[in-house]
Each structure stands twice: as C-alpha cells, then as structure tokens.
Design a protein around this ligand. Sequence first.
Ligand code: GAR
Length: 228
Amino acid sequence: MNRRPTAILISGRGSNLAALLAAAADPSYPARIALVLSNRPDAAGLDRARTAGVPAAVVDHRTFRGDRAAFEAAVNERLDAAGVEIVALAGFLRVLTEGFVARWQDRLVNIHPSLLPAFKGLDTHARALAAGVKIHGCTVHLVRAGVDEGPILAQAAVPVLDEDTEATLAARVLEQEHRIYPPALAALAAGRVRIAGGRAIVTGAAAPAGALANPLPAPAAPPTPSTG
Ligand code: GAR
C-alpha cells in the first residue's frame, strides 16, 4: 500500500502525536509518519517520536527573531527533505502565515480543543466553562488562513458537568481528541475527503446513531401505588 509520508508538528506534550504514532504503527494505516517536527527543543513529544523510531527535528522559532517567513522556510526545508505530503498539527502553537497555509492547501490538518466555530483561539476549556455551555468537545479540520478556520473533518462532543474544573474538562476532551484524530488523518491520507462549498465530505465512515444531550431529561417518576 502507498502510505502517504506525513509530518506531525508539535510544540509540547505530544499526546495527540502518541495517538497518531500508535495508529500509524499498523502497516495498513494510510499515513506513514515520516517526521516529527517541534518549534521547541524541550517538547516532550520529541522523546515519544524517538522512542517510536521516527525521525525528530527541531526548528526553534526563537532563533528567527520574529521573522515568520524565515521560520516557515526552514520548516518547509525539513518537510521537503523528508518527502512529506501531508502535515498534521498536533498542539503546534505557532500561527502559520497565509503563504505556508496556501502551499499545503488541503494537505494541512489541525486538531483544536473545542467544537468549532465556537471557542477559537486559546484557553478553550476555561472559556467553555465561563460561557456555561453544557456540551463541549474537539474538532479536526483542514487549515485555512484564518486562525482555527477551515473545513471540518471530524468532531467529538462531551458533556460539561456542574463540578467540572478546567482540568477535568480538558481531560475529557483530550480522550476524544485521541479518538478522532487518527481516523480523520487516515481519511485524508486515503483520499476519502472531498471539499464541496467549504464543507468537507468524508466518505467511508459511519455516522453514529443517537444523540448526546446534557442534562438528560429527568427520569419519569415511578407510578404511585393506587390505594384502590
Ligand atoms: C491539544 O489539546 C490540542 O487540541 C491543543 O493543544 C493540545 C496539545 O496536546 N491544540 C490547540 O490548542 C491548537 N489551537 P498534546 O501535545 O498532548 O497533543
């Protein structure tokens, strides 16, 4: 099978990277992780890549002193040298220029910890709690020039519970990130994504039955015994 050479771009912990590496360890997975690239030399995810035997590179944005075009040129050089065809952002916390996004049009995918288009940007879990939403979640999407914009490939929703803190909510969402990112990247790599009118149509995947509601309607009260 022709597995598409894919780069994962990270800035830190790399738990989504770990989920993607685990999926790609299966030889039938349609993406092959050809490179893990971090903009921070201390990103924990770099060790995950090395442990998995995947080439890891650092392009430290600080050495470019704010010259984003030069930073991205250095990133592109690494991507090209590794023969990369698809770029997956996994907690990569640099905003990319229009030029970079255009170069990787429809081959650049991101995961964001909210149900887009709600809560673009940072601190999504704190903002979801402050807004009082009852359902929150995560989104995998193709990247466009606007921050956290682009055709949506997959979303997962979780309930927001009354006792949630930012940490408990983040953990519930993160579990779903690890669940939806590998199949979304697989769909892209396998050519099962078509863009129509700004929407992504993903074929070859099943839609779930049922719906998530939070809170659930109160259970019906038990019938009161009749006294005859
Ligand atoms: C993830 O929650 C990801 O959705 C988020 O950063 C975290 C990285 O965790 N990304 C963004 O906020 C991008 N706007 P990880 O390094 O453990 O995968």
